[in-house]
Ligand binder design. Sequence first.
Ligand SMILES: C[S@@+](CC[C@H](N)C(=O)[O-])C[C@H]1O[C@@H](n2cnc3c(N)ncnc32)[C@H](O)[C@@H]1O
Length: 316
Amino acid sequence: MNLTQFHHLPVLPANIVAIFKQNRAEIMFDGTVGGGGHAEMLLETGVGSQMYIGIDRDPSALVAAQARLERFGSRVILRHRRFSDLENLLGELGVRAVDGLLVDLGASSPQLDVSERGFGFRTSGPLDMRMDPTSGRSLSDYLNVWSHDELTVILRDLGEVPGAKMIAQKILDSWTKGALRTTGDLALLIERAAPAALRKRKVSPATLVFQALRCAVNNEPEELAQLLVTIPRVVAPGGTVAVISFQSLEDRPVKHRFRELTGKAAPPRGPAALLRATTPVLFEEITHKAITPTAEECERNPRARSAKLRAIRRRM
Ligand SMILES: C[S@@+](CC[C@H](N)C(=O)[O-])C[C@H]1O[C@@H](n2cnc3c(N)ncnc32)[C@H](O)[C@@H]1O
C-alpha cells in the first residue's frame, strides 16, 4: 500500500495541536501513529522536538507514516508495537518518561475501506479483521472456536447489539454450514436476521456487530485498559495525555480513569476510602467535558462524527 492509498484524515486536528503545543512536549509518544496525520501536524509545530515515538500494530500504517514523516529526520522513531507494551518499549529506547502521550483509538480509514482487510460491511472481503495481519487469530479462526455463549457476550458487551443471542446463533449456524465466507455474507446475514425495528435505528445492526467482532479479534478493551493503568508510570511531571475515542465502550473507561487520576471520581466507601485518602492526586483536567468535532469537521470528515477527546496533565 502506498501513501496515496493510505488516506486517513486526522480527527480534531486543531484541538490536538493546541493541547500538546501548550506544554511543548519534547518527548512525545503517539500510540496510534497510523499514516502519521496527527504526527505530521504535531511535528510541524515543534512537538516532539527531542523525540517523537510513533507506534502502530498495523505494519502498512507504519510504511505510510515512514514516508510522510521522513523529512523530520532521526527524531522520529517508528516501531511496530501495541500500545499496551508501552513501558517495555520505553525501556528499550532508554526513555524514562514522556512529556506527551496521544492515542487515537479505533480503526484507520484504510483498514475500514480496503476490502481485503475484512473490516468493512459495505465491501466484501475475507473474515479477518486483524489490525496486525502478521499475528494473532483472524475472525475465521475465532469462529472455529467461539461457543454460542461466548459470541453472545461479545456482541452484547462489545457492541451492545440488540438480539445478541439470536444473531450469535445465526452467525454460528451459518459458519458451521459453510455459508458464511466473506464480510459481505456476514452483513447480509445480519440484515436478514435483525428485526425490522432495529433496522430503522440510527446505527445499523451491522455496524454494531462488526464493531463488536473487531474489538474482540483485536483485544481492544484489554489494550486500552492496560494503557490507562500505565499512565502515571510513564508520564513526566507537566506531561500531557490525550485520548480520542469513537464509541462509549472506549470513552467510558477513559473518562473513569481520568477522573481517578485527577481526584474527581466519586468517593469510594469502606476500606477503599482509606486507600483513596492516601493516594496522591497527580493529574489535573485539561478538558472538563469531552471535546467533540464541530459540524463543519463532521461535514468534511464524516468518520469524525462520534469522536470524543479527553485530556489531562500531570502536575509539576
Ligand atoms: C484512527 S487510526 C490513527 C490515525 C492517526 N492518528 C492519524 O492521524 O493518521 C488508529 C490506528 O491505531 C492503530 N491501533 C489500534 N489499536 C492499537 C494498539 N493497541 N496498539 C497500536 N496501534 C493500535 C490502528 O492500527 C490504526 O492504525
